[in-house]
Design a protein around this ligand. Sequence first.
Ligand code: GLU
Length: 551
Amino acid sequence: MTNHDLAELIFPNITKTIEDYEKIYPERNLKEGEKVTRFAPSPTGFVHIGNFQAAVIDYVMAKSSGGIFYLRNEDTDKSREVETAIEKIMQVLRFYDMEPDEYEYKGKIVGNYGPYIQSERKEIYHACIKYLIEIGRAYPCFCEKEHLDQMRENQEKNKMRTGYYGRYATCRNLSVEEAVANIKAGKPYVIRFRSLGNFDDRFWFDDLVRGKLYLNQNDQDIVIMKSDNLLPTYHFAHVVDDHFMRTTHVVRGEEWLSSVPGHIELFEAFGWKPPKYIHTPLILKQDGDIKRKISKRKDPEASMSYYMEKGYPTEAVIEALMTIANSNYEEWHTANPDKSFLEFDFQPKKMSSSGGALFDLDKLNNISKNVISKMNKDTLYELSYSWAKQYSELLKNLIEMDPEYYKKIINIEREQKKPRKDYETYASIPNEIWYMYDHLFEEYHDYDFQKISNPNEIAMILKTYIEKYYQDSDDKDTWFDKIKQLTTELGYCADMKAYKENPDAYKGSVADISTVIRVALTTRSMTPDLYELLKLLGKERIQKRFAKFYQ
Ligand code: GLU
């Protein structure tokens, strides 16, 4: 009996060969420098920020080179799979305007290198495994879990390297006859790769982030096909898929770095050229004094849905991730504020290669405030409205009551050289504008009057102002002149400089008077431009708000 018999016994229905697949999935017709990258999430229902950062890098590398960015659904771990996960993944990519060139979604395959869902690629993996068995580089392993657990325990006790290698890899020594007999007897098995490596020998590997790395050769007979569903493990699927999908650059988390020797040996066993690798540093967060990995369990910001629910503009999240991805991104972006991140010359070498990358929510909030402040009112209207439709009944209702009025509110101190930075996210908008809506304003009674607290004085300021001075038709200069006249009439100082020189000579200043007006109108002492707010409210509504204080 030969390996061929064993391969036929295990895969009787596999007729296509690797050569057939080489023809079905030919080399891509790439021009010099064009890169093919992929986003390859597992459908767990959760898009982790670290994976998303890798996708952003994939996207930048593919798009800026004129290449291809595709989506591959890595669903070989059926126990972790969540049904709607792929929808979530697509939703995230589309939300961030990172439409893949090739993908499989809702039964439709776009691209010539599919299927793009691993569980639909079983035949391809099986053909490749069949080949490895035939050439003696893969074999069935019948070791039971208890045996493997015991072996591992012994290895740990004896301070040996753990794993299935060398003399521990007992099933590699089974004869074809024994293996065939076991299979015929119905014993469950996995398929393992037969490593020819020697752990004490080193080889070098060029990671595009870390440069040349000297690594120990792989000598583990890693599992390449699982027993229950006959699907491949990640290691094997990665090698086969990235070969036949003709990926040029693999961007993935640094937790995969230790698996590289096994992956390289698998590529070599097939005689294939491995892709280039970019192992991205872990994304960390500051937690008190320590920096730790952003945790799926503990930190809501680990999930991309967090940023969607909070209403961060897509550019803000991408800018924050690019800033920690490449040390010179921030500088480039400051110098080129209007350019898309796709124009940035992303250099894997400029990623931090040790200690991870610190992701700071305060920094993201700052970036986000900036991004929102630079939007024109129509863009902010569109984006905040489409966000609200999905995530905020409150904001949606406010906008729909009177879209033009909403636009005027959000346009205060916008579309100018130094725009106001009130809104951190779309979710923060209601908190900054609620007082411009009478039905919300009427429910709120907590006024933050500052210096002038005497109710009679407040009543007098407001009454005099609305009855004697305020006119809707006044331009800004006239309006301010009138505030000054009011100030003087009531014994306050209209000139801030004079007031500062001699504060005791007055009851207070024009700033105190403005504050009273502002607080009576909004409950707040800090707001956008008062003149604009007054204009938007109009005399009648102003009067109603003031009247509370003197009726
Ligand atoms: N499915 C793997 C993961 O989600 C992908 C790693 C890779 O990009 O190769 O971690």
